[in-house]
Design a binder for this molecule. Structure first.
Ligand SMILES: Cc1ncc(C[n+]2csc(CCOP(=O)(O)OP(=O)(O)O)c2C)c(N)n1
Ligand SMILES: [Mg+2]
Length: 317
C-alpha cells in the first residue's frame, strides 16, 4: 500500500476518534440534543471500507454514522454543526447525529431504524442497474440488524438480481445490551450469505488494511456486474451503546482485552515499522485536533434553523 494512501487511512481514523471525543465533550455541555452514539473503536471499518469507493458511489449508514459521513467526504464542520442542530449542518440541522445526509457526497443517510438502511442500499443498487451505470452502493449495519426481515429480504433480492451492492455488517458483539450469542442461532454472520448463494467474508474490523482488501474485492465484484457480497467486520465499540448507557452488561476484563487490538495504535505501529517518522504521525494528530476544534467553533457560531425552514424542510405540501 503506498505511503501517501496509508497516511490518509491513518489520518481519517484519527479524525474520527478526535471528532467523537469532542462530540462526547460537547454533549456533556448540553450543546448536542437527542441521542449520541459514538464510533470509537470501530474506526477501521468505515475507513477501510469507504476508501474502496469512488466519489460517485453511494454509502448508507446506521445511526452510528459520524465516521461514515466524514470518510465519504462530508466536511468536519458540517457534520459537527449537524450534531449541534445548526442550519449549516449536513442535513441543515433537521437530522442530528443519527441522520447525516449529503447527496453531493452520496452519503445517503444515517438511519435510526435498525436495519432500515439495508433495503435503501439495495434500492440504490437497483437504480444503478436500471440506468446501466457502473456505480456501487455500500450499506452498513450492526449485528443487531441480522435477525430482522429486512436483512434477509434485501440479501435475497440483491443476490437474485445481481445488484451492485456491498453489505457491511459491523459486528461489535452487542445490540444495545444484548450479546450476539444470546440473540442469534448462527452467530457467524458471514455464513448467512450462503442461504442466498452470495459470497461473503469475515474480516478483522480492527485492521484497516484488511477491511480495505476485503471491501476492494467486494466493490470490484459489484462493479463488474457479478453481484453483491456480505462482509462481516469483527469489531468492538469501546464506549456504551449511546451516551446514556452505563455498560453494565459486559465485563471490564473483556473491554481491556480489546485494547491491544486498537485500530489506530496498531496502525501507527505498522507505519513506524514501514519507516514513517514519529514526528509525521504527531503532525497528523495535531492537524486533526485543530480541524476538530475549528469544527466546534464553526458549529457554535452557526445560526439555528429558522422556523420557516423547519416547516419547509419537514413537510411536503
Ligand atoms: C427496528 C428497530 N428496533 C429496535 C430499535 C431500538 N434499537 C436502537 S439501537 C438497537 C441496537 C442495534 O444494535 P446493532 O445493530 O448491533 O448496532 P450497534 O449499536 O451495535 O452499532 C436497538 C435494538 C430500533 N431503533 N429499530
Ligand atoms: Mg452491534
Amino acid at each position: 500500500m503506498d505511503r501517501e494512501f496509508s497516511l490518509r487511512l491513518y489520518r481519517q481514523m484519527v479524525l474520527i476518534r478526535a471528532f467523537e471525543d469532542q462530540a462526547a465533550e460537547q454533549y456533556g455541555r448540553g450543546r448536542i440534543g437527542g441521542f449520541l452514539h459514538l464510533y470509537i473503536g470501530e474506526e477501521a471499518c468505515a475507513v477501510g471500507a469507504i476508501n474502496t469507493l469512488r466519489k460517485e458511489d453511494y454509502v448508507v449508514a446506521h445511526y452510528r454514522d459520524h465516521g461514515h459521513a466524514l470518510v465519504k467526504g462530508c466536511s468536519t464542520r458540517a457534520v459537527m454543526a449537524e450534531l449541534f442542530g445548526k442550519a449549516t449542518g449536513v442535513s441543515r440541522g433537521m437530522g442530528g447525529s443519527m441522520h447525516l445526509f449529503c447527496a453531493n457526497n452520496r452519503m445517503m443517510g444515517g438511519y435510526a431504524i435498525v436495519g432500515g438502511g439495508i433495503p435503501i442500499g439495495v434500492g440504490l443498487a437497483l437504480g444503478i442497474q436500471h440506468q446501466g451505470l457502473d456505480q456501487v452502493a455500500m450499506t452498513f449495519f450492526g449485528d443487531g440488524a441480522v435477525n430482522e426481515g429486512e436483512f434477509h429480504e434485501s440479501l435475497n433480492l440483491a443476490a437474485l438480481w445481481k445488484l451492485p451492492v456491498v453489505f457491511v455488517c459491523e459486528n461489535n458483539l452487542y445490540a444495545m445490551g444484548t450479546p450476539l450469542a444470546r440473540s442469534s442461532a448462527v452467530p457467524e454472520i458471514y455464513k448467512r450469505a450462503e442461504a442466498y448463494a452470495m459470497p461473503s467474508q469475515q474480516v478483522d474490523g480492527m485492521d484497516v488494511e484488511a477491511m480495505y482488501r476485503a471491501c476492494s474485492e467486494a466493490v470490484e465484484r459489484a462493479r463488474r456486474g457479478d453481484g453483491p457480497t456480505l462482509v462481516e467486520a469483527l469489531t468492538y465499540r469501546y464506549k456504551g451503546h449511546s451516551m446514556a448507557d452505563a455498560v453494565s452488561y459486559r465485563t471490564r476484563e473483556e473491554e481491556r482485552a480489546w485494547h491491544p487490538r486498537d485500530p489506530i495504535a496498531r496502525y501507527a505501529q505498522i507505519l513506524r515499522e514501514r519507516g514513517v517518522a514519529e514526528e509525521e504521525l504527531h503532525r497528523i494528530d495535531q492537524g486533526v485536533a485543530a480541524e476538530v476544534e475549528d469544527a466546534v467553533r464553526f458549529a457554535e457560531d452557526s445560526p439555528d434553523p429558522t422556523f420557516e425552514d423547519m416547516v419547509r424542510l419537514t413537510y411536503a405540501a
